[in-house]
Design a protein around this ligand. Sequence first.
Ligand SMILES: NC(=O)c1ccc[n+]([C@@H]2O[C@H](COP(=O)([O-])OP(=O)(O)OC[C@H]3O[C@@H](n4cnc5c(N)ncnc54)[C@H](O)[C@@H]3O)[C@@H](O)[C@H]2O)c1
Length: 361
Amino acid sequence: MTNSPSTLLVTGGAGFIGSALVRQWLEHESASIVNLDNFTYAGLQASLEEVIDHPRHRLVVGDIADPSLVTRVLAEHAPKAIIHLAAESHVDRSIDSPPAFAVTNVVGTCVLLDAAVRYWRTLTGQPRDAFRFLLVSTDEVFGSAQADRPFTATSPLAPNSPYAATKAAAELLARAFRKTYELPLLVVNPSNNYGPRQLPEKLIPKMILAAAADVPLTLYGDGLHQRDWLHVDDCCRALRLVLDQGEPGSRYLIGADHCQTNLHVAEMICDLVDELLTTGQAETDRLPAPAGNSRRRLIRHIEDRPGHDRRYAVDPRPLREELGWSPQIPFAKGLRDTVRWYLENRSWTRQAQEAVQQADS
Ligand SMILES: NC(=O)c1ccc[n+]([C@@H]2O[C@H](COP(=O)([O-])OP(=O)(O)OC[C@H]3O[C@@H](n4cnc5c(N)ncnc54)[C@H](O)[C@@H]3O)[C@@H](O)[C@H]2O)c1
């Protein structure tokens, strides 16, 4: 039992953003971290390899929708704050089976909020004043953005996919818990994250692994859907900053202000894989494509996804102006490093591909 007032509880810390946050937290913060994750197909032990035995990291395997477990975790570890990331996160799966998304993203969030209020009410003095609940939502709750009109903190919720609808529902619950119980709660809406250890069912790793394997890179529709790509380490820096300095009751949009079409991203990936493999820059066992035979030839267009939002774009200025955050990793560099990471970390990618295949079957 930690029972330290300087412990952070993170949910979903075995996932893509969560595991990056755990690593960054342990490197830059002095507080301990309790990581609550029930290891769905999206939670990988391999993503926690570097931190699993860290003396300030405690892994609790359990479901956020289990009220007695969540209550016990809060009582035992007495966190000073919660960052809630655990979710079903893949839009395509939400189209195939929406109820699983409602169970985790809505009911699970409600259970966590309820337990958090009860726990927070047991606190007194400084720990009570300083307690924070940070809900990690998504820019997808706002629907599709108009050209040159990025989402702002006052954009209406208008989700188009079952995934986005469950995230919007979680936000509404959070709002109600703030209004009804005065829980000191903040919401963030990050744009599309990319970086190492993202499951290969998501666009960028899927394209990298297809290009590396010399198999078709499939894009929905014309591929001209735009996303504001944000490096996961920049996102985690923003989460830590908002937790530390954000105003309870506020919403912060996190984006890199760098919209790209999916087609352009796929082409960049093909070029990077060509380059890194043909020049032998990546330490990998894969064979290069024959010279002059660009992997761009592998790009294919398939029928568009129903309800597919054309564009996501957020206005990150308030986060920059109020809290002084700005992204540190330019997209070209972040993408190159990410491609290299996937080419060089075959053991992780094999496990991730198996996890996705099992979830598909
Ligand atoms: N990845 C992005 O681009 C992005 C962008 C904006 C917002 N978000 C949000 O950030 C959060 C994290 O996203 P991610 O990409 O890291 O997701 P992910 O799918 O990679 O990881 C989710 C993690 O949550 C865990 N989990 C799922 N259900 C759980 C439950 N019932 N109890 C405990 N743990 C559970 C999984 O095991 C996994 O470790 C999500 O809330 C997502 O909606 C993600």
